[in-house]
Design a protein around this ligand. Structure first.
Ligand SMILES: Nc1ncnc2c1ncn2[C@@H]1O[C@H](COP(=O)(O)OP(=O)(O)OP(=O)(O)O)[C@@H](O)[C@H]1O
Length: 240
C-alpha cells in the first residue's frame, strides 16, 4: 500500500497534512504518536472511510477513490478493519457477527463459514461464547471477537485501530502470535497502538506520526539503526 502526500480534512481543518508511507506485502507496521496526530484517520483514509482532498492512495496497484463505488468495492474486497470501539452488532450472537459478511457479502458456504468461525474462536481462547450476544462479553472478549470477525473476511490487508488495548498479558500473547502467523503468510498488518509492548513485540516497522505527517520511522525498536525520534517517543519524550 502506498500513501503519497495525502491530505484529508474535517470541517475545513487539515487532519492529514501530506502523509506519505509505503508498506510492503506481509509487513507489520505500527503507527504510533501523540493523541490527535492522525493515526486513526490514516487507517480510515486507507479503507476509503475518509475522503482525501489531495495526494494518492494505492492498494495492490489500484488507486483508491473514495467517491467511486467500484474503486471502493475493489479495494475493500481485500481489506478488513478492526475499529477502536469494535463495532459489533449487539442484536446478534457472536457466531452471527462472524458469519454475516462471509455468507451475505462474500457468498461463502454457511457451514464452512461456521466451522471457520468456531476455529477462530478457539484460536483466540473464546471457545463456548458463540451463542452469546456481544453485550454479555468483557472488553477483552469483545476485542477478540472483533479481530475474529475481521479475519473471517480473509483479508490481504488488516487495519487495526488499538487492537490490543483491552487484552490481558496472556491474551495479548495469543493475538500477537496470530498477527505474526498471518504476516508470515503474506497478510499486511497496519496497527495503531499506544501499547509499546505490543508495538515492540511484532513490528517490522514503527512509524511515528506528528501533526498529520510521518515524522520518523524505525525498523523495530531494537534495531541498531532505530530512528532517534521513534526511540524518544517510546521513552515518552515527544509531545503533540
Ligand atoms: N469526525 C471528526 N470530526 C472532526 N474532527 C475529527 C474527527 N475525527 C478526528 N478528528 C480530529 O482529527 C485529529 C486526528 O484524529 P485521529 O483520531 O486520527 O488521531 P489519533 O492519532 O488516532 O489519536 P488517538 O491516539 O487519540 O486515537 C484530531 O484532532 C481529531 O480531533
Amino acid at each position: 500500500m502506498q500513501l503519497e502526500h495525502v491530505v484529508a480534512s474535517h470541517g475545513g481543518t487539515d487532519i492529514l497534512r501530506g502523509t506519505s508511507l509505503s508498506i510492503e506485502r506481509g509487513e507489520i507496521v505500527s503507527l504510533i504518536g501523540p493523541s490527535g496526530s492522525g493515526k486513526s484517520t490514516t487507517l480510515r483514509a486507507a479503507i476509503g472511510l475518509m475522503p482525501v482532498s489531495s495526494g494518492r492512495i494505492t492498494v495492490e496497484g489500484h488507486a483508491l477513490d473514495a467517491n467511486d463505488p467500484e474503486s471502493l468495492r475493489r479495494i475493500r474486497a481485500g481489506m478488513a478493519m478492526v475499529f477502536q470501539h469494535f463495532g459489533l452488532f449487539d442484536h446478534m450472537s457472536v457466531l452471527a457477527n462472524l458469519m454475516l459478511a462471509p455468507v451475505k457479502a462474500q457468498g461463502r458456504n454457511r457451514m464452512e463459514a461456521r466451522d471457520e468461525a468456531l476455529s477462530l474462536l478457539r484460536t483466540l481462547d473464546l471457545e463456548g461464547i458463540g451463542d452469546r450476544r456481544p453485550t454479555r462479553l468483557s472488553g477483552g472478549q469483545k476485542q477478540r471477537v472483533a479481530i475474529a470477525r475481521a479475519l473471517m473476511l480473509r483479508p490481504r490487508t488488516l487495519l487495526l485501530d488499538e487492537p490490543t488495548s483491552a487484552l490481558d498479558p496472556g491474551r495479548l500473547g495469543i493475538v500477537l502470535d496470530l498477527y505474526r502467523h498471518l504476516a508470515a503468510r503474506g497478510t499486511t498488518i497496519i496497527q495503531v497502538s499506544h501499547n509499546m509492548e505490543a508495538v515492540a513485540a511484532v513490528s517490522d516497522r514503527i512509524v511515528l506520526m506528528e501533526a498529520g505527517r510521518v515524522a520518523a520511522m524505525a525498523c523495530g525498536p531494537h534495531a541498531a539503526d532505530a530512528n532517534e525520534a521513534v526511540t524518544r517517543f517510546m521513552r515518552h519524550d515527544v509531545k503533540a
